[in-house]
Design a protein around this ligand. Structure first.
Ligand code: ZN
Length: 142
């Protein structure tokens, strides 16, 4: 029997590398002031802080560079709307799922659960089952 290597770090690196590559590919365009922030409709000035944004509807769908300020504000607005309507915010919902015994990872059986973002509305199950850790989304909640 060979000792099991933790798959988490590899995947973590993979996710980070993909994100970094995307940022790098956008950086020259942002530096030229040619990118419009989809949140506010204004150009992202070369010196402005920017984030890679995700769609509010499907978190796995990436929308492009946005002002860091606009990105954060959108998240706050979404959380505030959820609280007003008595719904759990995304982070609260993620925490519930992360603690739920039904959705615990079992690395020895190669059972992992993906982040619960995109399957909420379309499926009974709040997470997708994976054969390997995708990225350590549980760690982000702690
Ligand atoms: Zn903006």
């Amino acid at each position: 029997m060979s000792p099991k290597r933790p798959t988490k770090t590899t995947k973590q690196r993979g996710y980070g590398a993909k994100h970094a590559a995307l940022r790098k590919s956008w950086a020259p365009k942002v530096a030229m002031g040619n990118v419009i922030c989809p949140r506010c409709g204004f150009a992202i000035l070369p010196e402005a802080a920017w984030d890679l944004g995700h769609s509010d509807v499907d978190r796995s769908e990436w929308t492009g560079p946005e002002h860091a300020r606009c990105n954060r504000r959108a998240g706050q607005r979404k959380g505030a709307a959820a609280r007003r309507q008595g719904r759990p915010t995304d982070v609260e919902r993620w925490r519930q799922i992360a603690r739920d015994p039904r959705y615990q990872d079992d690395p020895s059986a190669k059972i992992f659960h993906g982040p619960p973002w995109s399957s909420w509305s379309s499926s009974e199950e709040p997470t997708m089952r994976w054969s390997q850790a995708w990225f350590p989304w549980r760690d982000e909640l702690r």
